[in-house]
Design a protein around this ligand. Structure first.
Ligand code: FAD
Ligand code: 2HG
Ligand code: ZN
Length: 503
């Protein structure tokens, strides 16, 4: 009988030679980037599959062609590996056995959580095995006194949010991909998201991690303590390591108490200067009640309206929109915000606003903001830049990019939005298709510009596959060398997420 691996090869070739079989044809990464060479890794044979089946059981080793397809392709439908095998372990010990086997046999592995990453890091570049954490979805404990949640890496963020909400707590971060992304992926990317302004980055809220190292050893650093100064804090190495140093298997995370009142306002303004002024004033007035301060430009609002069908509930002819969320225990805050908005309107700082304090209304305002990435992707293809900039430069790059691309026939929208409260701008260029004329206008220009402004080329999505050659715009040679030494110490055979992060 023909093995599943051979069947896969035949079908993938057919898929890629007959793109009409798919609505969106996705080229293999190896064909799109022909200069890349596959590393000297062992190619899987049927005995490897049998070994994995003996550890996981046949149902948790996927070799079926159609099932493999979605694991090989990223969320942006921009890159595609041709892995022949997805492993779905349920326990840390199984991962340890798999890694120790792969380490000995020089088999390369790509770790995958919810596959919502936006930098091509979660899918193989060539034929790396995909290790999916989606069957590792158990909540282990929740301590109401300390607020520490301990869970496996494959728990979907939204499920965790619902779980802790029932206990009167919240997760210290939130993102538009919450319905699919997994906490292991969130930690591995050091996800930022919509509430970072109030609750800080994951480096502050993760109290401990359990990680399987590339040679299969289990690093148990799953502390639930708030304070622990016993030498180097190794957990921080893995937060934001993007699957290159180890596989995160369990997480201990500090959850804040839920606030009694959540108030959301959508505010329209006529200039970016006024947005800055509003931010300054609201920081003074509402201090740490501000749990989000999100910017959306008119282009983003237009795309959400045209491509998703969500109407802007206030004047939709303005240049800028801000979505502010306040989380508080004071029952007067809705009224305080109303008064603040009325005054701002009278002073001509803002042009229009609406306010909501009931969950169904706050959710529909959030839906507008959270639908922006999807609305831009509907044009066909999106070039994404996720940069941190000093506030003074925050929106300046958008008109520059519009100018550079004004004559380009592929470009449909150039939009700037994001977490203004954290200095994090999402520059998105939506086009009908990928084209050299667009990419050459954008790269390395955007990265050079960001670096000259002393910003960061990645505020939250990471480096992954797409940005590895631009790492130098945010890190010195010495920093990159130290990163390489660390990688080499932990993963001397470079089997974990090769071709990612490093130039
Ligand atoms: P994946 O995409 O599967 O993987 C991401 C990276 O982490 C890969 O390099 C992978 O190898 C590695 N990895 C995954 N799991 C593990 C593990 N257990 N151990 C080690 N490495 C692992 N990001 C933000 O920061 N803020 C946002 O506001 C935000 N909003 C988004 C909105 C939308 C609509 C979408 C599509 C994406 C958004 N993202 C955002 C990006 C993405 O959701 C985050 O990067 C998220 O944290 C990825 O989680 P995941 O489980 O999907 O990981
Ligand atoms: C967001 O803030 C995400 O919505 C995604 O980080 C941003 O798609 C993007 O560029
Ligand atoms: Zn973001």
């Amino acid at each position: 009988m023909e093995s599943a691996i051979f069947r896969y090869f035949k079908v993938i070739r057919r898929f890629h030679s007959k793109p009409s079989l798919f609505r969106n044809f996705i080229p293999l990464t190896k064909d799109k980037y022909p200069h890349l060479k596959r590393g000297p890794y062992t190619k899987l044979d049927i005995s490897d599959i049998h070994f994995f089946q003996s550890i996981l059981g046949v149902n948790y080793v996927i070799t079926d062609v159609e099932e493999l397809f979605s694991y090989n392709v990223d969320w942006l439908k921009s890159v595609s590996g041709y892995s022949k095998c997805v492993l779905k372990p349920k326990t840390t010990e199984q991962i340890s056995q798999i890694l120790s086997y792969c380490y000995k046999r020089d088999i390369a592995i790509c770790v995958q959580g919810g596959n919502t990453g936006l930098v091509g890091g979660s899918v193989p570049v060539f034929d790396e095995i995909i290790l999916s954490t989606s069957a590792m979805n158990k909540i282990i404990s929740f301590d109401k006194l300390s607020g520490v949640l301990v869970c496996q890496a494959g728990c979907v963020l939204e499920n965790l949010m619902n779980y802790v909400q029932n206990e009167g707590f919240i997760m210290p971060f939130d993102l538009g991909a919450k319905g699919s992304c997994q906490i292991g992926g969130n930690v591995a990317t050091n996800a930022g998201g919509l509430r970072l302004i109030k609750y800080g980055s994951l480096h502050g809220s993760i109290s401990g991690l359990q990680v399987v190292l590339p040679d299969g050893k289990i690093l148990d650093s799953l502390k639930t303590l708030k304070k622990d100064n016993t030498g180097y804090h190794l957990k921080h190495l893995f937060i934001g390591s993007e699957g290159t140093l180890g596989i995160i298997t369990k997480i201990a995370i500090q959850c804040p108490n839920a606030s009694k009142y959540i108030i959301v306002a959508l505010i329209g303004l006529s200039s970016f200067d006024k947005v800055s002024k509003l931010f300054e004033k609201m920081r003074c007035e509402f201090t740490d009640a501000i749990s989000s301060f999100e910017l959306m430009d008119s282009e983003a609002i237009k795309c959400v309206n045209q491509n998703i069908g969500l109407k802007c509930p206030i004047n939709n002819n303005l240049e800028f929109y801000v979505l502010v969320e306040l989380s508080t225990n004071h029952n007067s805050t809705t009224q305080d915000l109303e008064i603040f908005l009325e005054q701002s309107f009278a002073e001509k700082l803002i042009e229009d606003a609406t306010l909501a304090d009931q969950p169904s209304q706050t959710q529909s305002l959030w839906k507008i903001r959270e639908s922006i990435p999807e609305s831009l992707l509907r044009f066909g293809f999106v070039y994404k830049y996720d940069i941190t900039l000093p506030h003074h430069y925050f929106y300046k790059i958008i008109p520059e990019i519009r100018n550079r691309l004004s004559e380009n026939p592929f470009v449909k929208a150039v939009s700037g939005y994001g977490h203004l409260g954290d200095g994090n701008l999402h520059l998105n260029v939506a086009a009908t298709e990928e084209s050299d004329s667009v990419i050459s206008a954008l790269e390395p220009y955007v990265y050079q510009w960001t670096s000259e402004c002393k910003g960061s080329i990645s505020a939250e999505h990471g480096i992954g596959f797409f940005k590895s050659k631009y790492l130098k715009y945010s890190k010195s040679d010495l920093e990159i060398n130290m990163m390489k030494k660390l990688k080499n110490t932990l993963d001397p055979k470079n089997i974990l997420n090769p071709y990612k992060m490093f130039p």
